[in-house]
Ligand binder design. Sequence first.
Ligand code: ADP
Ligand code: MG
Length: 331
Amino acid sequence: MVAQSSGLDIRNVSVRYGELLAVDDVSMTVEPGAVLALLGPSGSGKSSLLRAIAGLEPLATGEVLWDGVDLSGTKVHRRNFGFVFQNAQLFATMDVGHNIAYGLTKLPRSKRPERVREMLDLVGLEGYENRKVTELSGGQAQRVALARSLAPSPRALLLDEPLSALDRNLRDHLADELSRILRTVGTTAIHVTHDQDEASTIADTVAVMDHGRLLQRDTPDVLWRSPASKDVARFLGFTAFLDADAAHHLGWRGQLSEENVLGIGPRSLELDDDGVALPITSQGFALGEVEVGVRLPDGQLSTVTALERIDGEQVRVRLVSGAVTPMTSPR
Ligand code: ADP
Ligand code: MG
């Protein structure tokens, strides 16, 4: 059979470690130039799937194709994929420039310094050629790792939690940067992360995995507005689910059919002096704001964000948004 798609085509891929089915019959395509995030909790099989795509892990079932060609006979280094891992894994004995030039074996020696310079500009490290890698910060080391992996113009880039070891502020900043860089280069990419916001920042589409299975694949927008199941919604941070009546009682103005419930997440409730009074269950600081825990009328718990601590035992809120979620899951 001749495959129709171009780009990366993952068909019914499973990965097994003895008894454990780490990746369970996953199929999806990644169009040329598209950026896909693989999002899921720790242990959900993201790295195993990425390694299977790279050829680093044998497939128990299925196939991985590029432009319609089955890669099973193609060795890892011949697949022409670039890798970036959580730890930059730079060569400590080489300077930054030589690390980036490392994979440029196909480029004439005289052309390599220019390519290195181009890559350093791309990742915002102009003039860093002669720096020792041992003198780089964590964020700089990841930029160098990215430059190194992009230098040979791989046909796809596979990133396994490249920002997860960095602290929160740096991570947010580099996620924006990475998004810009991937689009500048136009490379096809799969970015593995357990961070929902990071996935939405970086990717055109997000594939949510749990227990080795692909639960949903959609644009960030669709994913957040209409998760495919309560499991997906919970993973995205929607902690409570309300039917239409309960949602309208809290001031929500949307429509909800009987098969659906409204997932209530961190930004669904807003403070409103004319809103419904709810008992406060907790108050905690998060990133310069106060996260106020509230008990919904039916007993479920949720949160509302305030600028400062609230005096008193109640807070008035309005329900302004939520995720339309199927009451029961398809499988
Ligand atoms: P994630 O990247 O989403 O955290 P992994 O793909 O690393 O998930 O792991 C999926 C499951 O497979 C986990 O239960 C993990 O413990 C198991 N696993 C991963 N690698 C191996 C391995 N080399 N041998 C045995 N089990 C493994
Ligand atoms: Mg992993």
